[in-house]
Design a protein around this ligand. Structure first.
Ligand code: MN
Length: 388
């Protein structure tokens, strides 16, 4: 039987690669709905190819624009805004929602999808970081598994043998170190946006690429692993592995370690997530270890990249702390990309904002959304002051 799918964010990096996987397996998957927000040209191409019943764009203006482009094809329902995202995440026809939009906009539709008992393939980090506890509770209550697309977490899922879950001693997430890991401290002051966007191993969206350069991405992945796998924080570690062929390792208390390896190709974790809990043959590239020759590892220098400790601290504090951290980081990264904020100031500003945060324990979704907004406002102020 085919899995019927909604993709939130079909024109982004993960969304496009999800459609590539689906395109090669028409016997396994059917696209029912796509959301694209602003890129109506690419969405139109995807509609022509995959013939979804529903699509969602940002607002009514873009909906009209798309309608005109589609001309006579009126068997595709065009929706817009948050209502549209909620609708396509919960419709009867679908089995699974692939969450490939970035940011907090994904929170509401994902919770609704979980409550509608849809399988979730999750590429969005922000909502797990900000609202991990609520998400996992909802998933548990509805008996839904949230399957990660993030490569490290896909790796962890593949290394955890459920019958030995209680024997796990440590979960290790690897980090390439990003483009600046070997740079001298002083040189970090002057790195440009172009240099920061030049990731050594992965082709990804701008936000996550900058997060890789500050190593905030790894810190956020620790928080993500903490919630997704329900493992205590002192059992989650980061290991620098510049080649990025090993994505994660799980160490068991008998001394054995299990690692997951694959090429730098997001379609591999996407394919795994779409088929989960089955493992299905793919034509995706195989790792040639003889050709690679060697894999190297280093201890993480967390003094030089304080973002990681900030993340451990945020999750230890709990409550709305991780949401504030995530929001502050998003704004600061955006200020670096678009407003001339210095690279080293990204984490300095996040740290300053976090130090001012009034934590609220056991937050509701409304509390989290409120803190997210407030923190964004405060961080924007800090970024502007920093420039003057
Ligand atoms: Mn990752």
């Amino acid at each position: 039987m085919k899995k019927c799918i909604t993709i939130l964010g079909s024109t982004g990096s993960v969304g496009k690669q999800t459609l590539e996987v689906i395109q090669n397996e028409p016997e396994s998957f059917e696209v029912i709905a796509l959301s694209a927000w602003k890129n109506v040209d690419l969405l139109k191409t995807q509609i022509d190819q995959f013939k979804p019943k529903y699509v969602v764009v940002k607002d009514d203006k873009l909906a009209k624009e798309l309608k005109n482009k589609l001309a006579n094809k009126n068997n595709c329902n065009i929706l817009y805004g948050d209502y549209g995202l909620s609708k396509i995440s919960t419709i009867k026809e679908i089995d699974m929602v692939v969450v490939a939009i970035a940011g907090m906009n994904a929170l509401k539709p994902v919770i609704e999808a979980i409550n509608a008992k849809k399988e979730i393939c999750l590429a969005n980090k922000e909502i797990v970081v900000s609202a991990g506890e609520i998400l996992m509770e909802e998933a548990k209550r509805n008996d839904i598994k949230i399957v990660p697309i993030d490569s490290e977490h896909s790796g962890i899922l593949q290394c955890i043998q459920p019958q030995f879950y209680n024997n796990i001693e440590k979960i290790i997430i690897t980090a390439s170190g990003g483009p600046f890991y070997n740079l001298k401290e002083a040189a970090l002051d002057t790195v440009s946006v172009e240099e920061a966007l030049n990731h050594p191993n992965w082709q990804m969206g701008n936000k996550v690429t900058i997060d890789s350069a500050t190593l905030m991405n790894k810190g956020l992945e620790v928080i993500e692993a903490y919630w997704l796998f329900n493992i205590s924080l002192n059992k989650i570690e980061i290991l620098v592995h510049p080649q990025s062929y090993i994505h994660a390792l799980v160490q068991y208390e008998d001394g054995s370690m299990i690692a997951q390896l694959s090429n730098h190709d997001m379609r591999i974790p996407i394919h795994f997530a779409l088929h989960y809990p089955k493992r299905v043959k793919s034509n995706l590239s195989r790792l040639n270890l003889a050709k690679i020759g060697q894999l190297t590892f280093k201890k993480l220098d967390s003094k030089r990249f304080p973002s990681v400790d900030l993340c451990y601290e945020a999750i230890r504090q709990g409550g709305t702390f991780p949401a504030a951290l995530n929001a502050a980081n998003e704004v600061a990264v955006n200020a670096f990309l678009n407003q001339g904020l210095k690279f080293k100031e990204i984490i300095n500003i996040v740290s300053k904002v976090i130090n001012k945060h009034n934590n609220k324990t056991n937050p509701s979704i409304q509390d989290i959304i409120y803190q997210d907004r407030e923190t964004r406002r405060l961080t924007s102020q800090f970024c502007t002051e920093n420039k003057n």
